[in-house]
Write a protein of this length. Structure first.
Length: 67
C-alpha cells in the first residue's frame, strides 16, 4: 500500500509483425542507421534521460537483459 506502483503501457498492432519481419528478412526494409545504440538494461535510466532531455539525434536504443 505504501509503495504502490502504477504501470501504463500501450501497443498498437494490427497484425503487421509477420509482414514486417518478412520485409526485414528479404532486405526490402533496411534497419541500418535506425539503431543508435545497444546497451545493457541496467543503463536504461541513463538512456531514457538522454533520449528525453538531450538534443542528440538518437533514434532507437536497444536495451538487452543482463545474464
Amino acid at each position: 500500500m505504501t509503495r504502490e506502483i502504477d504501470f501504463l503501457g500501450s501497443c498498437a498492432s494490427a497484425g503487421e509483425y509477420a509482414a514486417i519481419l518478412q520485409m526485414i528478412a528479404t532486405g526490402q526494409l533496411k534497419l541500418d542507421g535506425m539503431i543508435s545504440a545497444v546497451a545493457p538494461l541496467s543503463e536504461g535510466g541513463n538512456w531514457f534521460r538522454r533520449l528525453s532531455e538531450s538534443g542528440e539525434q538518437l533514434l532507437k536504443v536497444i536495451l538487452l537483459p543482463e545474464s
